[in-house]
Structure formats: C-alpha cells, structure tokens
Unconditional design. Structure first.
Length: 395
C-alpha cells in the first residue's frame, strides 16, 4: 500500500485532517485500532470555537452542524449565589462558540469520508511507524484477519491520542514533557432533559466546582468536581442531582429538570504538553501532543488548530514544494497551545476547590473572580480566549 499522508487515529482530528487533505487532492489513509462504532460511542467535548466551526465549513461538513448546532453568544460564571454573564459576541466583535457534540462532528466526518471514497482501515493492531527520519517512512499494521501490511508514505500524522503509538515512537531523548496533574476529576452525567439555561454556567462553590452544559435543546451534560479516588458506581443519579443542586445558584437549582442518566463517567484533570511536536516526518496532532483540563473547553479545539496548521503545511508542500516550512510545524502549533494551556489552567485554578480550609488560595480565587467580572478588560480576556485565539500562521 502507498499513500502521501498516513494518518494514525480516526478520531475527529484524524478524520478532519483526512477530509481537508482529500478535498485538496492529497491522498491519505487513516488507520484506527478500534471499530467505527466504538469511535462514535465516545462521549466527549461539545463546545466548538469559532475557528473550528470555520474549519469544518472549509472541510464541507457543516450542513448538519449549522442545522442542529446551538450558536452561543455568551457564557456565565456563577459564584456567591450570583451569576455574571460574559457577552462573548459583544466583547470579541461578533465571534461565537457552537454547541455541537464531538460525537456528531465525528459522525459527519465519517459520512463525508465514506462519500468521497477516502480510505480508512478500522480494527487494525500493532500499528508502528518506521524510518521516520528518512525521506521514505512507512507504517506497518496487522488487520483484523491477522494479516500484516506495510503502508509506504511521505509523511505520518499522529492523531491517536495521549496513549497512542505516535508519541511513543519518538526517542525519549528527543522530546521533553511538561505536566501538571490536578487532585480532582470531573464526574459527568448525560441526560435527555432540557438544559437548565440557554448558555453554559461555570459555578464555583465551597463544596466544589459544577458546570451546566448541553448537547442539544433536549439533551444536557452536567459536571461535578470530585476527588480522584471517587468511583462512578458510588454516584447514583439521585446523589448526583442532590449534590449538583447544592453547588449551583438557587434560581438555577429551582429550574433544574432531572432525569435518568444516559452515561456517567469520571475524567481526571491534567495539563500536558510535549515539545517538539514532530520527529522527522512524524507530526503529532491533538491529544498525542497536549492535554488541557476541560474547564476552558479547549481540548478538541486545540486539536483542530493543529489540524489547521498541518493541513496548510501539506498543501504548501505538495502545491508549492515548500519543504522549508516543515520544521516550523511544532513552533507554530506551540505558540497557540501554550496560550490555551494558560487559559485552561487559569480557569481551573480560579473555579475549583483545592482545600477544605479557607486559606490564601481561596481568597485569591475570590479576588480574581471579583476583579475579572467587574472589569471590562477582565471580561474581554475571558471572552477572547473562550471563543478561541486566532490560528497561527506558518509564515
């Protein structure tokens, strides 16, 4: 088998990269160790930055998003039993975010790839890139029938997540990892109930953080900060709803419509970045290179900005022969990544409970919230980062 770009991982970043390249006539093959159904079963992010929305439109997969997605002009912070709305559109010159689930983005991209004849191999095992520092890299894998294959390519895009083989294929002495692990996780509950508010509400409370989110006008997603040692099995629906009502403002709790959970899970929070994000002809994309706490709604969006950079780089390489730009992939991506890491870390630090005591840290959180919500400059800082900073240019 031979292709121009071998893409490891059929999550939204791999599929989006494949779709964009395909539309530019750049051949690519996607390798995914799970089944398509498994990929679609993942319950993940649902808030898309303006830049990602524009990129999905460029990829030609915007029809259902524009019909079913929920554009949001604002977001709320709640603390001290009050709510402060941040006017995203008014503070950023009209930019919005779009509430549209990652599962739906993935489904749209899968259907588009099937329609345009893109090649995706699901349920492959033992995926391994080779000769990455040469001009003839290749990837080997074993299909679901036990047959070994070799895929020759020009470049490899590692879109296979934090635990994937791509980053592990880089010698340890060639990369540096930066990490912060937080002492809590998010317990998420998905339910077929109408959202309690028209926009997301991020709530700081003495019992811990809570978030009111949604997937559609009839499906809600709610989160609670919990200790890392908590287990999902210990949280009945009834216990979740009771605790959630304690942490949100009284007027929100009074309007909350509860229901049976469709899914519950606990996600640990961490900040993680690897530098550089490339090794020879291998480029790391998305969670393979960086993780952010979900507080800033940046994970999927950061992956999209990596895709944007790599896609435009590949077009320059194949259309204009601009191989001189290849070494710039990592530094271009990292400029934006570290700013998003800063925002996610800051939001996490400001809104979560770190101690059972009223201490210096909790007073700083209170002062920070009072300042940013009482200052147009502070509100603008949140708004600019929340809708997404501009994509970095390769040149």
């Amino acid at each position: 088998m031979k292709t121009q770009v071998a893409i490891i991982g059929a999550g939204p970043s791999g599929l989006l990269l494949g779709q964009l390249l395909q539309r530019q006539g750049i051949d690519n093959v996607i390798l995914e160790r799970r089944s398509g159904d498994y990929v679609l079963s993942r319950i993940r992010a649902g808030v898309l930055e303006q830049g990602m929305v524009d990129l999905l439109r460029e990829a030609g997969v915007d029809e259902r998003m524009d019909a079913e997605g929920l554009p949001h002009d604002g977001v709320e912070l709640a603390f001290d039993n009050r709510r402060v709305r941040i006017d995203l559109a008014g503070l950023t010159g009209g930019k919005q975010v779009m509430v549209y689930g990652q599962t739906e983005v993935t489904r749209d991209l899968m259907e588009a790839r099937e329609a345009n004849g893109g090649k995706t191999r699901y349920e492959v095992d033992q995926v391994q890139p080779h000769d990455l520092e040469t001009d003839r890299p290749y990837v080997t894998f074993v299909d679901k029938h036990g047959e070994t294959h070799r895929l020759d390519c020009d470049y490899v895009a590692g879109c296979d997540g934090y635990h994937g083989v791509s980053r592990q294929s880089i010698p340890a002495d060639r990369i540096k990892e930066f990490e912060r692990v937080y002492p809590f996780g998010w317990l998420g509950l998905l339910s077929d109930t109408p959202p309690v508010a028209d926009e997301l509400i991020y709530a700081r409370h003495e019992r811990g953080f809570a978030l009111c989110s949604m997937r559609s006008e009839t499906r809600s997603r709610y989160y609670l900060q919990v200790p890392l040692e908590e287990k999902v099995e210990d949280w009945s629906d009834e216990r979740f709803w009771e605790e959630f009502k304690r942490r949100v403002p009284e007027d929100v709790a009074a309007k909350l419509i509860t229901g049976s959970s469709l899914e519950k899970s606990i996600a640990p929070l961490r900040s993680f970045v690897v530098e550089p994000m490339q090794y020879g002809r291998l480029f790391l994309v998305g969670d393979a290179a960086h993780i952010v706490p979900p507080t800033g709604a940046k994970g999927l969006n950061l992956a999209a900005s990596d895709v944007n950079t790599l896609y435009r780089l590949m077009v320059k390489v194949y259309r204009e022969g601009r191989t001189d730009l290849i070494p710039r992939y990592s530094e271009t991506c990292l400029k934006r990544i570290w700013k998003a890491e800063r925002f996610s870390w800051w939001m996490t630090s400001m809104l979560h409970k770190f101690s059972d005591e009223e201490d210096f840290g909790s007073r700083m959180q209170q002062a920070e919230l009072d300042y940013v919500t009482g200052s147009e400059a502070g509100l603008t800082t949140i708004a600019e980062n929340y809708v997404g900073l501009p994509y970095e240019s390769l040149e």
